[in-house]
Design a protein. Sequence first.
Length: 496
Amino acid sequence: MLLSTVLAFDLGASSGRALIGKLMQAEDGQRELKVEEIHRFPNHAIAVGGHLHWDILRLLHEMKKAIRKAFQEGHRPETFGVDTWGVDFGLIDANGELLGNPYHYRDPQTEGLIEEVIGMVGKEELFQQGGLQFMPFNTIYQLYAMRKADSPKLDAAASLLLTPDLLVYFLTGRKVCEFTMATTTQLYHPEQQAWNTELMDRLGIPSGIFLEPIHPGTRIGPLTSEVCEELDVPPIEAVAVATHDTESAVAAVLAADGAFAYLVCGTWSLLGTELDQPLVTAEAMAHDFSNEGGAFGKYQLLKNIMGLWILQECKREWDEKGNVISFAELAELAGQAAPFRSLINPDDARFFAPSDMTEKVRSFCAETGQPVPETEAEIARCILESLALKYRHALEKMEQLTGNAYAGMHMVGGGIQNRLLCRLTAGALGRPVWAGPVEASAIGNMLMQLVAQGHCSSLAEARELSAASFPVETYVPDEAEADVWNEAYEAYKQLL
């Protein structure tokens, strides 16, 4: 029996997807969530005028196509939700119009501003009041860059809408600010549970443009009559899901009650654990951990790691030169390459910006006195082993911060399709890795829609439904390789 149909938009830094979720109930009362992708589209940065932007109206166009397609294919979603990457935003003027294309988080305008803001506020105070790892793309530095540039857009803005809220606004006409995204700005005070207007005033950021946050599971409103007429669809309702894709993915982690460690694996790697309260200690700051809001008022203590972005950029370079290799082929080649020949620190600043990624990998190895990887296989092996060892380092630091010992780690997201990375991670950790589901962000998006509809009453119940619906693959470390991994890890720590 079909209990509900939902539509989830899951937009990442390189592509977006629309997926249909159907909540089914068997005769014995068992429920299962079935997921089907109905539309996929690219999402690329656009360079113009010395800046990187998102093509936000193209994304809106693709989302409209997906809504129309859903109904044309016979689906009848009751609600829809949108999750995206964090920190980026659009500014809306007093007439309700968008003021320019939103900046891309890899835009260079924020270079050097972390140090400048720290000099004005103080590092400890900034961390305690924002709870976030110091990353150059955080919303606070983007807005401060606009203020320094005397941007007229900032003065003309009536409201700021973070990316998923902006897309929902285009479709429904309702302006909201969802809690999990608000906590990615470094302008939301996690302990006071409020916008940090005092900090905004100190930096010249207009506090009046920020809306009061709403929590995941809140109903927002239906599609506008104009959108319904354009697409020839009924007025399905938008739901505020955990709109930061990381938090949507965590909502779908197949973990039982108690402390657990997870890794949301994709362009970025987000390694963390779920807490009832933010942890804004000096130790958390020293180890570069963030506190981001999650579903049901939880907080995620997590660390941003550069992730598969490095390999994606290398692959893009090879593809553009005519040497087209699939990610599956790269993983196979890397699996045949010599282990631990050379390693990188994925979070070295050189790997943040696009272009010349293969040369950046080679230069890091040369500068640190290691053999320089030359072939595609050697470069891919270097990146994947380095990520696995970085995960171990972050997990150990997280255990120090929380006082918890984690039996293993849950890996979710598109990156787990790289089975070599999962196997290497289990080896590096010396603990099991439970991989799945792949579509974690979209599934978490759907789960929060089902919460809004009354089909799930708690985060635990939502995760139980996820566990009943999607398989998990277990990777167990090879005990015979433990000494080799430990030796590699000791050498790796010298590179950090």
